[in-house]
Ligand binder design. Structure first.
Ligand code: CMP
Length: 144
């Protein structure tokens, strides 16, 4: 089974012109881009995406931040892509994230952590269905 994950450049990442650098890290690693779009996420979509965080004290400010500007949402495919992407993205709290990871290199605060990465294979499947229609995912092959 080809593993896929959802990676999203959050509004702060787009605002700071980091889309190209983030995309480049996944290409350079060798993963395959199978879906890509830019959107200003509606609150209903974010409330489904973050359904497990509804009771958290930071939830209202999280929604405010995530609706503050456009996002770039991507689906990447490849061997172990969910786990490897989490390592490439780094700890949720940028203060703890390793240098060399995206959050370690580009951010300092947990509430502005630049990028989202699915946390499990099941979570990735759920999130991909939430953010993309099946037709928006391109099953391409270099050898075709
Ligand atoms: P992420 O792990 O992508 O998805 C949940 C987000 O909630 C997380 O990134 C942070 O942006 C945000 N978040 C988690 N914990 C906190 C916190 N303590 N304060 C503010 N935002 C948080």
């Amino acid at each position: 089974v080809r593993e896929r994950t959802l990676i999203a450049v959050k509004p702060d990442g787009v605002h700071r012109r980091l889309v190209g650098q983030i995309l480049q890290r996944f290409e350079r690693k060798g993963f395959k881009l199978v879906g890509l779009k830019m959107l200003q996420a509606p609150e209903e979509l974010l409330s489904l995406h973050y359904q497990d965080l509804r009771k958290k004290p930071f939830y209202p400010s999280l929604l405010h931040y995530m609706t503050s500007g456009p996002m770039v949402v991507m689906v990447w495919e490849g061997h172990n892509v969910v786990r490897t992407s989490r390592i490439m993205v780094g700890d949720t709290n940028p203060a703890e994230a390793r240098a060399g990871s995206i959050r370690g290199d580009f951010s300092i605060h947990i509430s502005r952590n630049v990028v989202h990465a699915s946390d499990s294979v099941e979570g990735a499947q759920r999130e991909i269905q939430l953010w993309f229609h099946g037709k928006e995912l391109i099953d391409w092959n270099c050898s075709d």
